[in-house]
Write a protein that binds this ligand. Structure first.
Ligand code: ATP
Length: 249
């Protein structure tokens, strides 16, 4: 279980995360929904530890001061100051916004890079899992990642994250810019990851509608604060959520 308590992030004096507490239970899909600039990526960077790298780089460059407060635990262990590489080793793996693949490398090379922390047998099993999850990648495995469609690239990005043996998989806006059909394919795949592994998943998205059917629990972010949270059914039956996030009254 990954648990963040009273997480706060400041970019200089700007409060980007305001006292956020979220829990991602084992083998659950947790949704984080919010408009542009609500703080989704800041939250994902804080959970994965990349925020510590960004903070360090900014400090070295004499740039803005980034401050983090709060507690973060993975299976009860304090990881608030743990480096991102150690967090990845501990099982927190981020599939970042805009995919960030190695575009000059092939699909297979991208997947294998993801497996650098895995043993040979883990890598073999994960690769088999990824290819079963995304059969389209089988015939694309020698293709350069930069030449794939957005949806295919997202499959590779999720595949690469799975190769890193996650316990908690962080998906930052995996549906961004994709067609409704491709969105549905990816959502089905995310559900399948939950069904066929014991991975916990946090998925951040601007639009709740396509993701909502698969989440167990969700948080709604506004201006860096979690303004609402609940199980899928609780949120679905909340009239404010319905009108604001689903356009239904
Ligand atoms: P998007 O959907 O646009 O990715 P988001 O919900 O992921 O939005 P964040 O990227 O976390 O939002 O941004 C939260 C707020 O923090 C925004 O107001 C953004 O402008 C600001 N912000 C993000 N990164 C920085 C930074 N490095 N320096 C200063 N402000 C930042």
């Amino acid at each position: 279980m990954l648990e963040a308590t009273d997480l706060m992030v400041f970019y200089e004096n700007m409060l980007a995360l305001n006292n956020i507490s979220i829990t991602c239970k084992k083998n659950r899909i947790t949704g984080v929904f919010g408009a542009n600039s609500a703080g989704k990526s800041t939250l994902m960077y804080s959970l994965s530890g990349i925020m510590l790298d960004i903070q360090k780089k900014e400090k070295m460059a004499g740039g803005e001061r980034i401050t983090l407060y709060g507690q973060l635990t993975l299976e009860g262990r304090d990881i608030m100051t743990m480096k991102p590489s150690d967090r990845a080793r501990a099982g927190i793996v981020l599939c970042p916004e805009r995919r960030r693949l190695f575009s000059e490398s092939s699909v297979m090379e991208n997947l294998r890079i993801g497996g650098y922390l895995a043993t040979k047998s883990q890598a073999r099993a994960s690769l088999e899992f990824v290819m079963a999850l995304f059969p389209a990648l089988v015939r694309l495995q020698k293709r350069l990642a930069g030449f794939l469609s957005g949806g295919e690239q997202q499959m590779v990005a999720i595949g690469r994250a799975l190769m890193a043996q996650p316990k908690v998989l962080l998906l930052d806006e995996p549906l961004m810019g994709l067609s409704p059909l491709m969105q549905a394919t990816l959502i089905k795949a995310v559900k399948k990851i939950q069904e066929e592994s014991d991975i916990s998943i946090i998925v951040a998205e601007q639009y709740a509608r396509p993701v909502f059917p698969i989440v167990d629990y969700a948080y709604i972010l506004e201006n860096g604060a979690a303004v609402m949270e609940g199980t899928r059914d609780e949120l679905m039956n909340n009239p404010d959520v319905k009108s604001a996030y689903f356009g239904m009254s």
